[in-house]
Design a protein around this ligand. Structure first.
Ligand SMILES: O=C(O)C(=O)c1ccccc1S
Ligand SMILES: [Mn+2]
Length: 262
């Protein structure tokens, strides 16, 4: 089928509802849970603020608009290679230099919801990815790999979502060998439902924060705080994940949208 025919067919399918659009984005606002790092080593992103400029009142009679105070790595967001020291030198590693073709791609959704429900520190390993491929087919170069944990069900409760105790945060994520394997498969990037692309215990892993370290060392991308992955098929969805074109940006809140068969 020609590209014209494919796009025309997609347009028709969108209009008829044969292809559905799933919103994989959490609402962004002052209640959005943000990463809390050990205060002895790092500063955190300040809480999101939404400030009205006018709302059809005397400072803007016909219009309403706000200004925002928001960190790049807030809510459902995109991690660019420049976010990490291992990716700092890529000329196309910031949100304003990444090629736009990388913002639309097929998605593989690996369901780890049962494992994450049983163990908040669950780590998906390379072996786990290979077992998934044996069942669903190979992960191809240029595709997203998304870890479904149903962690988004905790979004309404910041404490439950961040799930920290005196030993630190406990949220599921990838092992280092998982990300290393995905880099060998030349995937576009890795996405999770949790506050970051790494597991809560990742600060103590080798290398520290292996998803960030290895993704961005390979000029690849991360997605965090995705929602509704349960509505996506294991294979077959197309994910639209485009960061704001922030000058020298290390990341950006996004509106993540998945095109799925109805
Ligand atoms: O990229 C992020 O938002 C993120 O998760 C993160 C940011 C900075 C340091 C550690 C982590 S783990
Ligand atoms: Mn981030």
């Amino acid at each position: 089928m020609t590209a014209n025919a494919s796009l025309s067919e997609l347009g028709e399918a969108l209009l008829t509802g044969a292809v559905r659009v799933v919103d994989c984005t959490a609402t962004l606002g002052p209640k959005t849970p943000l990463l809390k790092l050990p205060p002895e080593i790092a500063d955190d992103t300040p809480p999101i603020e939404i400030h009205p400029i006018s709302k059809y009142g005397d400072r803007g009679p016909y219009w309403a608009w706000n200004w925002l105070k928001v960190g790049e790595h807030s809510g459902t967001h995109f991690d660019a290679p420049h976010h990490w020291i291992t990716g700092k030198d890529y000329p196309d590693g910031s949100t304003d230099t990444i090629a736009a073709r990388n913002f639309v791609a097929p998605a593989n959704v690996i369901d780890c919801s049962a494992q994450a429900a049983a163990d908040p520190d669950f780590l998906l390993t390379a072996e786990g990815v290979k077992a998934w491929e044996a069942e669903h087919g190979p992960i191809k170069e240029g595709e997203w790999v998304l870890m479904r944990t149903d962690w988004c069900k905790r979004n309404g409760d910041a404490d439950a979502y961040l799930n920290a105790d005196e030993t630190g945060p406990h949220t599921p994520g990838p092992s280092a060998d998982c990300i290393q394997y995905l880099m060998e498969r030349k995937v576009l990037g890795w996405g999770t439902e949790c506050v970051g692309t790494d597991a809560g215990i990742a600060g103590g892993m080798t290398p520290p924060y292996p998803a960030h370290n290895l993704l961005h060392a390979n000029n690849r991308y991360g997605l965090a705080s995705l929602v509704n992955l349960s509505e996506l098929p294991a294979k077959g969805a197309i994910l639209i994940a485009a960061p704001l074109k922030i000058e020298n940006g290390t990341g950006s809140p996004i509106r993540a949208l998945a095109l799925v068969p109805a």
